[in-house]
Ligand binder design. Structure first.
Ligand code: IVH
Length: 668
């Protein structure tokens, strides 16, 4: 069936509207409409495209994700090489650079534009007649990798440019930096730590690792952002200087870091550098310096380049974030997987604005390699805003009183034996019910992205384990109100709330449950992949290595880790018990539906169905039901005599549905 003209026009109009809302939301940070309204438009477009597939275009807002993993990245040649920058580290070096610039320009007046130097990954995006066609990494400057499908998943990247005075450039090669905000990076790493996955060392590595993913769906799940700051080729648009560039790009829909400044003198450049340096830690992203660029493009031509860096720009780097202090002690922490991590207890020291008193030493091999002893003077670094680390020791300052660190042979938490499996760097406590491991496992199990048991936080986990109420994961489903109120500082009301949350978590679903078990290397994404492949946790637990390895994305390391986990007697029993205690271990099908990703809360009495019926309706359409109102909730359905939840929903501005509206939404 070919689409009638009205439908075609309507689809185009919907896309235009959605693109405009995306632009205001992702580029200008000014949402124009509510999320619910946006979702409605988006769904309408999706439905029309499903009905008339011939109307789907690659630049439709619906086409950001869904591509299958690639084998490898194809090479992309940059028409104009992507250069690197020369560095300077103090005012004198900056002055020398400025003098050379002025000399080469024969004393003409020069203006500079200064911008923060983002620590991310530089990319080039090619727009042909306004449509995003190819995106690539910098690579060696001449040839990069084709990451088009991954860049498409970044919401800030327009799939089509906005016209200026009715026109889009014939060709525009926009260059910029893909980066991850510090807060997003911290959250991603916390999640990876809980899942037993290797951590990213800093936001830059996290951004690079996320963009260079063969599976664009993984990239889509990572909170990447982008700022544009330079051009390759540009045809059908005239841009004569950096100020024009930075003011024109946003009009085309390409986000630009607003923190730039046009400087008429070198003193202004220096002053802006100090300003940026002072706000460095308050910035949401990591910046490792300031880029100073000659504003005028014609002058840039004259200046040219040397050894793959332009003469017209320089990076004025921020000072390294290092300090020296003493190691007072080295202690050992036990993680969820039983890994023992040595941590240096330091004499507190200021490292660019923050007090550091602990730093990770990673593992025993690292301590030997860096030769770090208790009592040593050491250099510590705040590497990319993460956990501070000890860079090196300063043996020249030794007095002879220093002691070498010995890895304990018994677990500091439970006293059980520790082993170092062949080929691994970490020692592990093998005792599955070691309280330190159990606490970490419980925290992970209850965490927001796992079983999402609100109220089961750090302190409570400690108490539950220390009081002996919880000796294994499944015990949390055996807790009673009497158990809880006996705990210090736990009232009737909070005990009741916690029990409700625990009860609710039984329906969290298979993917969350798999993730919550904390199987090594199985993060959120893999858990979803597994939940799509197996009808139940039992089926997954019975799968052999050969079956697992057939699944795309599951390599030998992960397959082996899964097999090991499910072969373990105790884990086997755990799964049995969870099931007996009422935790849903089957996949809920259909998994996707029109209400996918939507969370509902009910308050007051409904006339047409019971709460349980309403819940099943929502879940059948892919949605979820929560017991309390929070910002995560999308709709609050209000029946007769609503309670406190209605007021809370109004306060938070959450869309409120009457029973009638709800019935229409679920088609009843
Ligand atoms: S301009 C020819 N502006 O720094 C110079 N680069 O070391 C073109 N970078 O590869 C780059 N922030 O990844 C420019 N505001 C900014 C930047 C920036 C970060 C990166 C970029 C480049 C590297 C050079």
């Amino acid at each position: 069936m070919s689409a009638p003209r009205e439908v075609r026009e309507w689809v185009e109009k919907l896309r235009e509207e959605i693109r405009r809302y995306d632009y205001y939301y992702y580029v200008l940070n000014q949402p124009l409409i509510s999320d619910a309204e946006y979702d409605r438009l988006f769904r309408e477009l999706q439905e029309l495209e499903a009905r008339y597939p011939e109307l789907v275009t690659p630049d439709s807002p619906t086409q950001r994700v869904g591509a299958p993993p690639a084998e490898e990245f194809a090479p992309v040649e940059h028409a104009i090489p992507m250069l690197s920058l020369q560095n300077c580290f103090n005012d004198e070096e900056l002055e020398e650079w400025d003098e050379r610039v002025r000399r080469l320009l024969g004393g003409e007046p020069v203006e500079y534009v200064c911008e923060p130097k983002l620590d991310g990954l530089s990319v080039e995006l090619v727009y042909v007649d306004g449509v995003f066609t190819v995106g690539s990494t910098r690579g060696d400057g001449r040839v990069g990798e084709d990451v088009t499908r991954n860049l498409r998943t970044i919401k800030q990247v327009p799939l089509r440019l906005f016209p200026i005075e009715g026109r889009v450039p014939r060709l525009l090669e926009a260059r910029g930096e893909v980066y991850m905000e510090k807060e997003a990076f911290r959250r991603l790493n916390a999640e990876r730590e809980r899942a037993g996955e290797p951590l990213f060392a800093n936001p830059r590595n996290a951004a690079a690792g996320s963009l260079r993913q063969l599976d664009p769906n993984v990239t889509a799940s990572r909170p990447l952002k982008i700022f544009f700051y330079a051009l390759g080729r540009a045809e059908g648009i005239e841009i004569r200087n950096q100020v024009e560039l930075l003011t024109t790009l946003p009009k085309l829909g390409l986000p630009v870091n607003p923190l730039w400044k046009l400087c008429k003198t070198l003193d202004e450049v220096k002053a802006f550098y100090r300003e940026l340096l002072a706000m460095r830690h308050a910035l949401p992203y990591e910046a490792d310096g300031m880029v100073v660029k000659v504003n005028d493009f014609a002058q840039r031509e004259v200046l040219g380049e040397v050894s793959r860096a332009p003469r017209w720009a320089i990076a004025y780097k921020f000072p390294a974030e290092e300090a020296t202090t003493r190691v007072l002690d080295i202690v050992v922490q036990v993680g969820r997987t039983g890994a023992l991590t040595p941590v240096a207890i330091l004499e507190p020291v200021e490292v660019s604005g923050a007090t550091v008193s602990r730093a990770t030493l990673h593992n025993e091999d690292e301590i030997r390699r860096k030769d770090i002893r208790i009592g040593d003077w050491v250099v510590v670094r705040r590497a990319g805003e993460v956990i501070p680390e000890v860079v090196k020791s300063i043996p020249e300052r030794r007095t002879g009183q220093e002691r070498e660190f010995q890895m304990p042979t018994r677990c500091p938490a439970c006293g059980g034996p520790v082993v170092r499996p062949p080929g691994e760097v970490a020692y592990r406590c093998e005792n599955l019910s070691c309280p330190a491991r159990l606490k970490e496992s419980l925290r992970h199990f209850a965490s927001r992205r796992a079983m999402d048991i609100e109220g089961l936080g750090e302190k409570l986990v400690d108490k539950l384990v220390e009081s002996g109420l919880v000796r294994k994961l499944s015990d949390i489903y055996r807790l009673t109100k009497e158990d809880l109120v006996r705990l210090e500082r736990m009232g009737e009301k909070s005990a009741q709330n916690l029990l409700e949350q625990i009860e609710r978590s039984k329906g969290a679903g298979l993917a969350r449950l798999i993730f919550a078990l904390g199987i090594r290397y199985v993060g959120e994404h893999l858990a979803e992949v597994l939940a799509e492949h197996f009808p139940s946790l039992e089926a997954l637990s019975r799968a052999g290595y050969d079956e697992l390895i057939q699944i795309p994305e599951i390599g030998p390391r992960i397959a082996q880790s899964l097999v090991n986990f499910f072969q373990n007697e105790e884990n086997h029993r755990l799964i049995q018990e969870l099931k007996e205690l009422g935790v849903r271990t089957e996949a809920e099908r259909p998994r996707a539906g029109p209400l996918s990703g939507k969370t509902f809360v009910f308050t007051g009495a409904l006339t047409a169905f019971t709460r349980e019926e309403a819940r099943r309706l929502v879940e059948a359409l892919g949605g979820r039901v929560a017991s309390g109102v929070s910002r995560k909730v999308d709709y609050v359905v209000v029946g007769a005599d609503p309670g406190e939840k209605l007021r809370k929903a109004q306060e938070l501005g959450i869309p409120i549905l009457t029973e009638e509206e709800f019935r229409r939404l679920v088609g009843r």
